[in-house]
Design a protein. Structure first.
Lengths: 134, 165
């Protein structure tokens, strides 16, 4: 799965997610990536999220919207992402990752899997990583 | 507002032989999206172009490089959303097109619907003059090998039950 979130100089946010799904999946299986709120969500009032991971688990908790819900309650993007990913892990046993940008330009890339490749550019500064803490 | 872009290339296990390709692919995608933002382009254009860049990159499980279903075919899903007006478009189980995210954007902008699937999505792609490509063009050696190995492991169907997409 691949995804992107962004905020432009007018303060508009957007998200995009695309995937080939699960290896050897049943014909006709659709995962989170096509489902609004699970594979991604964007609202100028809060921010934008794109997800990756075990699709069925993310659909059960509507992961992208859950992250934004926590941000609406006052959490930082990082805390909201960790809280939502932890809920998915404990509630349905699913692992995954999210990238988030808030409507004030704060961002995060968090994951409960061993790895997730991510990159960001803000203030002309490129950062990227694959492993936790990188 | 200072523009920001964040991209991901998928969660799960990234094997050592694929790590460098994944790293350069996400950097390329992020810079591509950021250059649009820096020129005053919209967040929507930036995320679409960043994702197209990764769909075209065989190191990632999307577009060219997608994993295969049980029949050895590529079936892809994609979604795009505009935070300005909550407009959104998606496609699922779509085949034989290079960039599902571009088709998802057309669903958002050219229809009154949120999601088109399978045959209907492909018919819509045709109507929008999105070129159809042979399915084999989306299949990489890596995804083919992965599919074959999974078939061999069919005797243990519980294995990889929670595999990441």
């Amino acid at each position: 799965t691949v995804g992107a979130v962004a905020i432009d100089n007018e303060g508009n946010v957007a998200c995009a997610t695309s995937t080939g799904g699960l290896s050897n999946k049943l014909v006709g299986r659709v995962g989170d990536s096509a489902c609004i709120g699970s594979g991604g969500y964007a609202d100028n009032h809060v921010g934008a999220v794109s997800t990756t991971g075990h699709g069925e688990s993310m659909m059960k908790v509507v992961l992208a919207r859950l992250v934004l819900y926590h941000m609406e309650q006052g959490m930082t993007p990082e805390k909201a992402a960790d809280t939502a990913l932890n809920y998915m892990k404990t509630r349905v046993g699913g692992l995954g990752g999210v990238i988030v940008v808030s409507n004030s330009g704060d961002w995060t890339a968090r994951f409960s899997t061993k790895q997730m490749s991510w990159a960001t550019v803000k203030d002309d500064w490129l950062q990227y990583g694959i492993y936790t803490g990188e | 507002m200072k523009p920001v872009i964040v991209v991901h290339g998928g969660a799960g296990s990234i094997f050592k032989d694929r790590e460098e390709g994944a790293r350069s692919g996400i950097i390329r995608a992020a810079l591509k999206g950021y250059s649009i933002l820096k020129q005053g382009g919209s967040a929507l254009d930036a995320v679409e172009d960043a994702v197209v860049s990764m769909e075209d990159d065989p190191h990632f499980n999307a577009g060219c490089g997608s994993v295969l279903n049980e029949k050895g075919e590529v079936e892809m899903d994609a979604i795009i959303m505009d935070g300005k007006n909550l407009a959104s478009g998606a496609v699922s189980a779509v085949k034989c097109i290079a960039n599902p995210i571009m088709l998802a954007r057309l669903v958002m902008e050219k229809t009154e619907h949120m999601l088109l699937t399978d045959h209907g999505a492909n018919l819509f792609a045709k109507a929008m003059n999105i070129p159809e490509i042979p399915g084999e063009k989306l299949i990489t050696e890596r995804s083919w090998e992965r599919w074959s190995k999974k078939l061999e492991a069919d005797s243990n169907p519980q294995e990889d039950k929670k595999e990441s997409g």
